[in-house]
Ligand binder design. Structure first.
Ligand code: HEC
Length: 139
């Protein structure tokens, strides 16, 4: 097993009861929409906009990291990554992006506040759901 993958597994393993910093609080997508403002310089979750300075975040959960077609600026770390984005992993990563992946080209400071991170994750989940079919076909 690759050391990085092992590290990730350790990071998401349940920690001791009192010192548990890995459990994600309940998130609010409306608040998360505002938190996501700082990511919009580089990312959009709307499918029709696509990639920008950062890769599209449309339906990011469930995708293997660093593999989206058409995005040319992945770091070597992400190009070689072999993990799938889950809400829990994004929650942990965004606490301090450079701490988990020192080689990343994502120059973002991260979001230290656990509630804000949970809100952001809730927003990205919501933003990845397609509207009902009747809303899609309007001319
Ligand atoms: C200054 C531009 C910038 C900002 C701001 C930024 N990102 Fe990124 N993001 C990137 C780049 C560039 C990458 C590719 C990283 C790499 O390959 O190392 C990336 C990668 C990602 C990925 C992985 C995508 C994939 O296809 O694997 C996620 C998820 C992500 N960013 C979420 C966020 C969130 C959430 C925020 C706001 C807190 C944010 N980013 C802020 C530029 C940015």
């Amino acid at each position: 097993m690759k050391p990085l993958l092992l590290l990730l597994l350790l990071a998401v393993a349940p920690a001791g009861a009192q010192t548990d910093t890995t459990t994600m609080p309940e998130g609010d997508p409306e608040r998360g929409r505002l938190v996501f403002g700082q990511c919009r310089t580089c990312h959009y979750p709307e499918p029709e906009v696509g990639h920008n300075n950062g890769p599209s975040l449309y339906r990011i959960f469930g995708q293997v990291a660093g593999k989206q077609p058409g995005f040319a600026y992945y770091s070597e770390t992400f190009r070689n990554a072999q993990f799938v984005w889950t809400p829990q992993l994004l929650y942990l990563w965004l606490a301090d992006p450079l701490a988990m992946f020192p080689g990343t080209t994502m120059m973002a400071r991260g979001i230290p506040d656990p509630q804000q991170r949970a809100d952001l994750v809730a927003y990205l989940k919501r933003a990845s759901v397609r509207p009902p079919i009747e809303e899609q076909v309007q001319e």
